[in-house]
Design a protein. Structure first.
Length: 229
């Protein structure tokens, strides 16, 4: 994983807040390189090991409801690049057209199989493909949709210095995010004004304290959190 030169960053990322985190990460270039190598090797290994699970889940989704096996959506990753995220579909077809872009507790759009997949985060297994291609990493700020990134503060833009991640400290601490949005009158605005700032606090702290082994620790914490849940 290689950081661009400061001069090459997108103009909307060049501010004093981002510079602070950029300098911290630039001093840890070897750890960033190790992070990318780990993502490739471990990503391929886990994908091969989980291929039977991949097949079983795909069949279950098709038997449970109409629609594609995969859910594809445009998200934002490193340097503001747009990419198409891979996830197992957990909602009815065309769910985005009949509701918000965040999911609330007891969301009627979630399928029976989808509830199980979301509970144990199995819907995110296909993101291993995004990790291998470099659009994502195992650990990093969760990729947001365009309209949420457009509401980022100048400091929040620092999270785009690195690829988006499958998990993070914010993901662990906000694992019950759907419940927080359950009673919201406007789930989108509640997410932007209340949930997102809280998650970003953890994301920015993770950037400030980044280390390769810190990422490994976050991965183990994620497994424990999902298992406990």
């Amino acid at each position: 994983m290689k950081l661009k030169k400061w001069e090459e960053l997108p103009e909307n990322m060049k501010n004093d807040y981002v510079r602070k985190y950029y300098d911290i990460l630039y001093a840890k270039r070897i750890s960033l390189f190790a992070k990318r190598i780990f993502d490739i090797i471990f990503g391929v290994l886990v994908l091969v090991i989980l291929s039977p699970v991949f097949l079983v889940i795909s069949i279950a989704i098709k038997l449970d409801s109409r629609g594609p096996i995969m859910f594809r959506q445009t998200r934002i990753t490193q340097y503001g690049k747009k990419f198409r995220i891979f996830k197992f579909r957990t909602m009815v077809a065309n769910a985005e057209k009949i509701g918000t872009q965040v999911t609330t507790k007891n969301d009627s759009r979630i399928t029976k199989v989808g509830k199980i997949l979301r509970k144990y985060r199995l819907d995110e297994i296909p993101q291993l493909l995004n990790v291998i291609t470099g659009d994502m990493s195992f650990v990093g700020t969760r990729p947001e949709v365009v309209k949420y990134v457009e509401r980022y503060s100048q400091e929040m833009m620092a999270t785009l210095l690195l690829p988006a991640g499958i998990t993070s400290e914010a993901s662990i601490n906000y694992k019950d995010e759907e419940q927080l949005l359950a009673s919201a009158i406007d789930a989108d605005e509640t997410y932007i004004n209340e949930v997102l700032p809280g998650k970003m606090k953890y994301n920015l702290e993770s950037l400030e304290n980044f280390s390769f082994f810190g990422d490994i620790r976050t991965m183990f914490r994620t497994v424990f959190a999902v298992t406990k849940k």
